[in-house]
Design a protein around this ligand. Sequence first.
Ligand SMILES: *Cc1c(COP(=O)(O)O)cnc(C)c1O
Ligand code: SF4
Length: 395
Amino acid sequence: MAYTEDRSQWYEGQGLWQHVPQAQWQDWIWQLKNRITTKEHLEQYMTLTAEEEAGIAHAGQKLSLAITPYFFNLMDRENPNCPIRLQMIPREAETKISAGEMLDSLGEDEHSPVPGIVHRYPDRVLFLVTDRCAAYCRYCTRSRLVSNAQDYNFHPEYEQGLRYIESHPEVRDVLLSGGDPLLLSDRKLEHILARLREIPHVEFIRIGSRIPVFLPQRITPELCEIFKRHGPIWMSIHVNHPSEATAELKAACDRLSFAGVPLGNQSVLLAGVNDDADTMKALVHRLLRMRVRPYYLYQMDLITGGSHFKVDVRRGLEIIKALRGHTTGYAIPQYVIDAPGGGGKVPINPDFVEEITDEEIVFRNYEGNVYRYPLTAEVQIQTASDPAYGVIDAG
Ligand SMILES: *Cc1c(COP(=O)(O)O)cnc(C)c1O
Ligand code: SF4
């Protein structure tokens, strides 16, 4: 096993499912069939809090409850504040709707020219190919349609979506999402990828998936062959907490990387899960060790019943500030807010710039020290002796 230096945190094993033959444990269909989906099932393994019981009673009308045995094992069942538990087990707070919250907070339905396609940016589309996931995140942005608990009745129309992309030459980038595209069978996924590859103007294909995290068993050699055949296929995985970065996830990322799939990570900033700098640093370092480049850190979308996960943006900025300069540049995700109503993703950055004038820009480094950079040739010559500018060759 890799990463013996912090072995205790790199979970590997069958935990509560020791009695299950290893071949079954490693079979993704077995994992899906044996998901924990009811209160009674949960209670076989843990004691629920009153808040959780109330949340579970409501989940059927909001977003289904489902946890793969593999992912369930990562939970600390003694700790109601376990970050895995907070993400997976519904709580009463989900029933409370706060000001500004919306069912479709990103206005995706308004930007959908045909079912399953969201065309918000000029050159790229989001292609929703399923409404199912291996497990359900309580903060899911698309909980209006994902798992179909709200009778949204999303029917992925691949043909209509593919025809839309074919007839729009401006679409050079297609992002497959859902739900989770890797829940589709190999055959369906290969069909979609092959069709997209035939479209001359589609030059970039990527998949957003949390399956490597919930169900690493799904990343089979056969699936990797499909990515190789139709590559390059890029993938954004979705890891929020370092305890999700297991030896199994590492192995799945290895298989994807060796099949030529560049990997990025998207995290959602979640209260009690990853809203402190130490946790975030541990997470991004583990991701780099798995060849995964942190891509986005999302401010929580304003979804209904999500306020208990919301983190103050100033805290998010502090976290980014604690990373910049203090660790590898590759490790730092771009913090974004997906503009409510559908404005797209907007970067939110800590301010390092103090002042910009016609003569100079004044800025601070990660230690808080002030530096100046001259903006005109004139200033360069006049200030060549000023040590604040460093050594400048005026000749
Ligand atoms: C996030 C998103 C994309 C992809 O955005 P990038 O910044 O290119 O990763 C495309 N379309 C929609 C509707 C999205 O929400
Ligand atoms: S995996 Fe993604 S789409 Fe599925 S429930 Fe979680 S956040 Fe939503």
